[in-house]
Design a protein around this ligand. Sequence first.
Ligand SMILES: Nc1ncnc2c1ncn2[C@@H]1O[C@H](COP(=O)(O)OP(=O)(O)OP(=O)(O)O)[C@@H](O)[C@H]1O
Ligand SMILES: [Mg+2]
Length: 223
Amino acid sequence: MSTVVIKTEKLTKLYKLSAEIVRAVDGVDLEIMAGEFVAIMGPSGSGKTTLLDMLGCLDAITSGKLEIMGQDVSQISESGLVNIRRGKIGFVFQDFSLLPTLTALENVQLAPFFARQKDSSATAKRLLEMVGLSERAKHLPRQLSGGEKQRVAIARALAVNPQFLIADEPTGHLDSKNSQAIFELLKELNSKQGLTVILATHDLGLGKQCKRIISLRDGKIQN
Ligand SMILES: Nc1ncnc2c1ncn2[C@@H]1O[C@H](COP(=O)(O)OP(=O)(O)OP(=O)(O)O)[C@@H](O)[C@H]1O
Ligand SMILES: [Mg+2]
């Protein structure tokens, strides 16, 4: 029997600006099982980042229900969410978010340190090798290409041994060749290691290669 990794009921995020209320995510019902590879697609402003930030426990929900690995986290405040996501969830962002003064290897090693897990350079080296970067371990981010930076970010996300990976437009700053290569890496992690991957993308070519597409429009699921 498959494990439910994420379950939402009427998940909603409102942003209150002075006069208007933005329904960024509006009543989303969703179930994601272990081992799935899911693409969240939709036009700019449709709520992809807002949804991923809630699923990744980076942002508190406004209303509805959110369960992560069977735990109801709906009522937990933003500060309390740190403990939920620490060590459970891996993140990859469009802008790579690497620390500029640390080498590729040090960037990967830092993730377990922040997650209060045991960090080991052997694990970090193994992960860099897995993403095809063992030759670049001592490079600083500015000495890496965009595609290489994103590989480091993926290795870093995996260093905490996460239950699932959230990737918000991971190929948004890459050319098409590097986009496909990063996408292949994520697909391989999914098919060979069973890593659950939830990614947002604008790229229909990539979306079509995912086992499941969730289409968002105005904060609502379309399909
Ligand atoms: N902090 C915020 N305060 C107010 N409104 C916000 C905030 N963050 C996002 N929004 C609004 O919520 C809606 C959804 O934004 P979101 O960033 O989730 O969209 P997106 O689908 O990720 O877009 P993109 O493809 O451009 O990244 C938009 O209308 C946006 O303007
Ligand atoms: Mg976004």
